[in-house]
Every structure is written in structure tokens, then in C-alpha cells.
Write a protein that binds this ligand. Structure first.
Ligand SMILES: [Zn+2]
Length: 196
């Protein structure tokens, strides 16, 4: 019996779609990009919830501030307001108002410095004492009145800080691992961009 040869499969395949390899490659890249986007979005979401102390209502701007007589270092608070207004690109607008006004933020005399930032309302109180260097910390404390949490170093007691996360990769004003010289970098830009 003579051998019979069928039609060449290879030729019929090439006739089907000469660009099949390229198409598979393009789809592969597209799916890869989509996957990368989904992972990135999920990561950003996780980073966001890490910054929020709690959910709070939308904050109206400008955010009015009364500095009560006797509060420590009034000048530091004024400098910090301007610092945040500038660094946020105008997204945050702290404005000092007179004693007779009802304000969003009250800076009050105290022996120790801490921030009362109740969830669910827009008003905050800052207790301003001489126990910390407010020339250094005032803008950090003011940022708490926007609903932002602390990022503390391992070994620091979570009970003393506002709903703290740990320092992690975040570099910025809310992190105790970041020196002031490195505040207002790209991570803080994103913080303002996403929230305000
Ligand atoms: Zn803090």
C-alpha cells in the first residue's frame, strides 16, 4: 500500500490567523495591566483606611479656629495653620477667628497636649500644653482635627495615640517615624488629594 499524506496541518493553521501569536501577546499584556491596576487600587484603599481615625462628615471649608487665651504657644498654631493651607494647595483652609465666634476648632489651655476629635462631628478641641514643642508638633496636631490617625513606631503605646496604625511605608506629617524635615512629601500630597 502506498502511503497517503493528508493535507498539511501547518499550512491550514497559518491560513487561519497569521497574527494569532501577536494577538495572544496583546491580550496577555492587557490582562496583566488590568490585574496590576486592581492590585494597586486595593493597596491604595488599604493605605487610606490606615490614615483615617474614623469616618467623619465632610468638613466644610474654611475651617474656623479660635485660640483661647492661655493656650500654649499661640504663634505656633498660627504658623501651623498657614503651613497646612499652603502644603495642601488650598484644599484645607484653616482661618483664625475672634473669641466671640463659634468655631470648628478650639485651641484650649491645658497642662498636657492632646486632641479631642470625636467621630461623627466636625468640631475638634486641641488641648495645648507646654509639655511638647509646639513649634515642631502644632501642624501634626491640627491635622488630627481633619480626622487623620497617628502612625506610631513599634514599642510606642497605642493607647496614647489617635487610632494609630504603625509607621509602615507612609512618610509624612502623621508618622512618628518621619522627621519634620521630611513632612509634606509625596505621601502627604496624596493624603490631601484623596480626602479633600
Ligand atoms: Zn498624633
Amino acid at each position: 500500500m502506498p502511503l497517503k499524506f493528508g493535507k498539511s496541518k501547518t499550512i491550514s493553521n497559518v491560513n487561519e490567523d497569521p497574527l494569532i501569536g501577536l494577538r495572544v501577546l496583546v491580550w496577555g499584556c492587557g490582562l496583566g495591566l488590568l490585574l496590576w491596576l486592581l492590585v494597586t487600587i486595593a493597596t491604595i484603599d488599604a493605605v487610606h483606611s490606615d490614615h483615617m481615625a474614623c469616618s467623619r462628615p465632610e468638613l466644610p471649608m474654611p475651617r474656623t479656629v479660635v485660640i483661647r487665651p492661655g493656650a500654649a504657644n499661640p504663634q505656633a498654631w498660627r504658623v501651623a495653620m498657614i503651613e497646612i493651607n499652603i502644603q495642601s494647595g488650598g484644599r484645607i483652609q484653616f482661618v483664625e477667628v475672634g473669641q466671640n465666634y463659634e468655631a470648628d476648632v478650639y485651641i484650649l489651655p491645658s497642662s498636657t497636649t492632646w486632641v479631642a476629635m470625636p467621630c461623627g462631628r466636625i468640631e475638634s478641641e486641641i488641648y495645648a500644653g507646654a509639655d511638647v514643642n509646639l513649634n515642631y508638633w502644632a501642624s501634626h496636631e491640627l491635622m488630627h482635627t481633619l480626622g487623620l490617625a497617628d502612625h506610631i513606631a513599634p514599642g510606642m503605646s497605642p493607647s496614647y495615640y489617635i487610632n494609630p496604625g504603625y509607621c509602615g511605608e507612609y512618610v509624612g506629617v502623621m508618622s512618628y517615624c518621619t522627621p519634620k524635615s521630611q513632612w509634606w512629601g509625596v505621601d502627604d500630597d496624596w493624603l490631601f488629594y484623596w480626602w479633600f
